[in-house]
Ligand binder design. Sequence first.
Ligand SMILES: NC(=O)c1ccc[n+]([C@@H]2O[C@H](COP(=O)([O-])OP(=O)(O)OC[C@H]3O[C@@H](n4cnc5c(N)ncnc54)[C@H](O)[C@@H]3O)[C@@H](O)[C@H]2O)c1
Length: 305
Amino acid sequence: MKPLRVGILGAGGIAARHAAAIAAHPEAATLVACCGRDPDKAAAFAAQHGGRAYADRERMLDEAALDILIVALPPFAHSDEVESAARRGIHLLLEKPIALDGDHADRMVAAAEAAGITTQVGFMGRFGTAVERWTELADAGATGRPGLYSARFHCNALHAPWWRERQKSGGQMVEQLIHMIDLARYFLGDPATVYARTATFFHRGVERYDSDDLSAMLLGYDDGRAGLKLHRVPPPGACAHGGADGPACGSPPLGCSGLVRDDPAQPAVPDQGLRPLGPDPARRRAQGGKRWSGPSGHAGPQERR
Ligand SMILES: NC(=O)c1ccc[n+]([C@@H]2O[C@H](COP(=O)([O-])OP(=O)(O)OC[C@H]3O[C@@H](n4cnc5c(N)ncnc54)[C@H](O)[C@@H]3O)[C@@H](O)[C@H]2O)c1
């Protein structure tokens, strides 16, 4: 099969990570185009990563004969790019969050379904080694049903200006905790109840920062299962992960763990119902000791215990 022709919309941080992932798999994909608002930035991106630079999205979609478009725009900058690509039969990888309100997201889904294209959102947690291993075991009937899901996410990039503004980013739950919410839905399905709290606690004095920086969420399921998520942004200067203008981060940005139940007839958490679910050692060795190789470079979800 010929390598798929890929274009990227947006020429910022995550776009560069996707470009690097494409470059690492030349047999599968080639970056043939990128599009940014600023022609100079787009040209610099293309010079570094390959492909032709565009400043006009429609022109890129018309001319570049794309198989796949990666949408790497900031949350507030999404408009009708999904409809536009779908009309042309171009498949999509969309960075999260795909939209800042449900109606907009529904329009995207409807356009993709009507066109019959394949879509994927940048929820790379699903492809972490521990999660893939869990899925293999669960599909083989080797696990019980997940009963408790617990996740943490720590991050303090300060990052691009839009990241600090709730109206542009959507806030912490939509912009970052969404990874943990996605995994909860992946493992447990949609909850029946959600209780959530958010606050702006650590960044009260930080210029132009009006997003929340601390959140917690408790998910409830009708059959008694539960999910707990915590998201904390540490104080400015204390910790930052991956941001253009922040210091390095010591804490893992993603972590999740859970309990599974083998036999519903057994007491809720019997000793024999809890199984170590780490990635298999051979596979981890084959990955050079890394547990995660997703596009963001984040560490993956931690092993279940
Ligand atoms: N899946 C992940 O782990 C992951 C990691 C990082 C970022 N992301 C997501 O990727 C998206 C982009 O994040 P990023 O870190 O690359 O952001 P960024 O600010 O570094 O880059 C955004 C790019 O979009 C361009 N752009 C196009 N239209 C714009 C407009 N109207 N306003 C502002 N910029 C515009 C900017 O010029 C810039 O090149 C976000 O939704 C973010 O949540 C996902």
